[in-house]
Design a protein around this ligand. Structure first.
Ligand code: GDP
Ligand code: IMO
Ligand code: MG
Length: 431
């Protein structure tokens, strides 16, 4: 059975949660492999809207297994809150439907303190992080001074690890950031209850996935953030602290690259970005405002207004290459109804030179002038449509042009936030 990676192709918030929820009916196991509670994935199921930060967006389907992989950074308090929320909605009735990797790193209160203090220190140059402690936790992981899930659920291991890492952490908090030091006993006490709640879910996720594959099960890998927020391939330093591209689905869940059959990029019909950093097609006018209000473009995690702009084919081509996409799912096409004409960015002009295929380093990207192609819009509402041939001609033309510019096929189309508002052209799970 095919295994499919879903990845964001822009700066996040492309509608990955909605798509993963919709595709879960074709899969058996759904895996988050990177990021943490910086992600906000919105689902609208049976008229109820809710936002998931850590638990995979397949959780609203009984009988499927959701895995939080070893590449995810987990805030234990956030995870427990989310488990309770999901159970409150009547899902996750069977505890065997959630597995949390014992390798995943733990976000502790000092990670959030450091995240916030650094942002304050950067003043006008801040990244605009979500404040969830993501960067400081991944730093500790790479520096080999992190706390992992297997430590969290074992009080002796937790205490021993904290004894090793806190002296340096406290020097940094006090001397560099001017913050209060943290107390080992206080941390142990703070996480004691959440750790015991999470313990039954903690397991070797890599081994579980290998066994699921052996049994012929289909795995859906749910990326968080987007390709331009990737720590290597994004608009550095205005990025998150993990690899968001599809290659990390393997590392972050403990499977080999040969297990992946398809990589599907989720792409908004226009572009948004939340947080600081270059955004060549940003519209700071009434069109940008129209996209924001029609698309309800406010952050699912922080509530911040998202910056909005035209579709950027350079960004999408960059995502095509860095992820090895086998198809695209275009979301929020409905939001463009009534905007006429539409513009598509087909390249950048930087210091008199044309760039079409690659997103250049940030200092150059900050000076990029988008080169636009103008195409006709449409006035018809797209709500309730369920076949491609029902779309207005201009919408079909717009989609064809996007596919041509990105260089891959469109496999699905999302026309609204609800699970069922989806036109399927080719289901990647039915090969
Ligand atoms: P994610 O982080 O990629 O999962 O995306 P978010 O949930 O942060 O943001 C996407 C927003 O768009 C959410 O409010 C979704 O409910 C909504 N959404 C998803 N797909 C569509 C669509 O096709 N049309 C409209 N109008 N809204 C959508
Ligand atoms: P989903 O999964 C949009 C952005 C932040 C900031 C930068 C670094 O919902 O698409 P971090 O807290 O990760 O250190 O912040 O990355 N960012 C996101 N933007 N969607 C997300 O996730 C994001 N996760 C992080 O706004 O610019
Ligand atoms: Mg989001």
């Amino acid at each position: 059975m095919p295994n499919v990676v879903i990845t964001g192709t822009q700066w996040g918030d492309e509608g990955k949660g909605k798509i993963v929820d919709s595709l879960t009916s074709s899969a058996d196991v759904i895996v988050r492999f990177q990021g943490g509670a910086n992600a906000g994935h919105t689902l609208v199921v049976n008229g109820r809207r809710f936002v998931l930060h850590l638990i995979p967006s397949g959780v609203c389907h009984a009988g499927k297994v959701c895995v939080v992989g070893g590449g995810v950074v987990i805030d234990p308090l956030e995870l427990v809150t989310e488990i309770d929320q999901v159970k409150g909605f009547g899902y996750l009735v069977n505890d065997a439907e959630l597995i949390v990797s014992e390798q995943a790193h733990v976000i502790l209160p000092y990670h959030k303190t450091i995240d916030a203090a650094r942002e304050r220190g950067l003043g006008g140059k801040k990244i605009g992080t979500t404040g969830r402690g993501i960067g400081p936790c991944y730093e500790d992981k790479v520096a080999r001074r992190g706390i992992r899930m297997c430590d969290l659920v074992d009080p002796d291991a937790l205490r021993a690890r904290l004894e090793d890492v806190l002296p340096e952490k406290n020097l940094y908090l006090e001397r560099v950031l001017g913050e209060k030091p943290v107390d080992l006993d206080a941390i142990v006490e703070q996480v004691r209850e959440p750790a015991q709640r999470i313990k039954p879910y903690v397991a070797n996720a890599s081994r579980y996935l290998a066994e699921a594959r052996r049994q012929g099960k289909s795995i859906l890998f749910e990326g968080a953030q987007g390709s331009l927020l990737d720590v290597d391939h994004g608009t550095y330093p205005f990025v998150t602290s993990s690899n968001t591209v599809a290659g990390n689905a393997c590392v972050g869940s403990g499977i080999g690259p040969t297990a992946i059959d398809e990589v599907i990029g989720i792409c908004k019909a226009y572009t948004t970005r939340v947080g600081a950093g270059p955004f060549p097609t940003e519209l700071e006018d009434s069109v940008g405002e129209a996209l924001r209000s029609r698309g309800d473009e406010f952050g699912a995690t922080t509530g911040r207004a998202r910056r909005c702009g035209w579709f950027d084919a350079v960004v999408a081509r960059h995502a095509m290459r860095t992820n090895g996409l086998t198809g695209l799912i275009i979301t929020k096409l409905d939001v463009l109804s009534g905007l006429d004409p539409l513009k598509i960015c087909v390249g950048y002009r930087i210091d008199g030179n044309d760039h079409v295929d690659t997103v250049p380093p940030t200092r150059l990207l900050e000076r990029a002038e988008p080169v636009y192609e103008t195409v006709p819009g449409w006035t018809e509402s797209l709500s309730g449509l369920n076949r491609l041939d029902q779309l207005p001609g201009a919408a079909r033309h717009y989609l064809d042009r996007l596919a041509e510019l990105v260089g891959t096929e469109i496999v699905m189309l999302s026309l609204g936030p609800k699970r069922e508002e989806l036109i399927e052209i080719r289901n990647p799970f039915r090969r």
